[in-house]
Design a protein around this ligand. Structure first.
Ligand SMILES: C=CC1=C(C)/C(=C/c2[nH]c(/C=C3N=C(/C=C4\NC(=O)C(C)=C4C=C)C(C)=C\3CCC(=O)O)c(CCC(=O)O)c2C)NC1=O
Length: 230
């Protein structure tokens, strides 16, 4: 808010807030979404299911005239014991030149948080697509969450702002179209593999979950059923 001229970006009716009483504890899911000239979609979702689950999920999409990675955040805590921390500059491309420019600057930060960079194996996603080798990915204890995660979050966010300030906007239409497609591909990939859809469904029902996934979280993805029908 201090750094950018943010305005609200609309969230489709019924998706910004939902309450569930299906689980062991009542659960709420709430989302916020903003935009500014440099960042076309800044979204945050908070799931509060009391002691059962505390989740913060966020993605920042740069405007299409910036080739910058997306900033992806997924902090999950289940039953106060299983704490999963994921934070990354999510690359749109994997070629050497791109990685050198946008991912290599992360290395110092990554090396500063060895306790959060555990090199865990991914089950849902392909670690070589839309993730960088300097992601923070850890299963950790509550103490580390309190003492280390907020520091790491601030560091990653600050570097992201710095990178954005230094970035040169694209002006060539074909370069911009390449970013449009890459961000859309990211939405498709993420919607197809989202590990949270089961969790959303169990709390808020299948129909609501599908809407949330395709009309808010990854709105530029085409639902699998629509793809299959083609
Ligand atoms: C509100 C939306 C939303 C929620 C609540 C969500 C939750 C979510 N993310 C998960 C894993 C994960 N989540 C991520 C990473 C990300 N995930 C992201 O949405 C982003 C932006 C990143 C990037 C940093 C990774 C890497 C895993 C582990 C998945 C794997 O093992 O393949 C899991 C599985 C946890 C488990 O192993 O039991 C859930 C339930 N994902 C969502 O999209």
């Amino acid at each position: 808010m201090q750094r950018f001229t943010l305005e609200s970006r609309p969230i489709p009716p019924g998706l910004e807030y939902q309450v569930s009483d299906r689980g062991r504890n009542p659960a709420t899911i709430q989302s916020w979404c903003y935009q500014c000239p440099q960042l076309r979609k800044i979204r945050y979702t908070y799931i509060d299911a009391g002691a059962s689950a505390q989740i913060l999920n966020s993605v920042i999409y740069p405007s299409h005239n910036y080739e910058l990675p997306l900033l992806g955040i997924d902090f999950l805590s289940f039953g106060q014991v299983k704490n999963l921390i994921v934070m990354d500059f999510q690359p749109l491309f994997q070629d050497e030149a791109y990685l050198k420019k946008y991912i290599h600057p992360l290395q110092t930060l990554h090396d500063k948080y060895p306790d959060l960079a555990q090199g865990l194996e991914m089950k849902f996603y392909d670690a070589n697509q839309y993730f960088s080798k300097y992601l923070l990915f850890a299963k950790t204890d509550a103490e580390t969450v309190k003492t280390r995660v907020f520091e790491a979050f601030k560091d990653y966010l600050n570097l992201y702002w710095q990178m954005l300030v230094q970035a040169k906007p694209l002006s060539d239409q074909s370069d911009i179209q390449r970013i449009v497609k890459a961000q859309k591909d990211y939405d498709q990939y993420s919607a197809d593999r989202d590990p949270a859809s089961g969790l959303f469904s169990s709390y808020f029902g299948h129909q609501w979950s599908e809407r949330f996934l395709h009309e808010f979280l990854f709105e530029d993805a085409v639902p699998l059923v629509a793809n299959a029908a083609k």
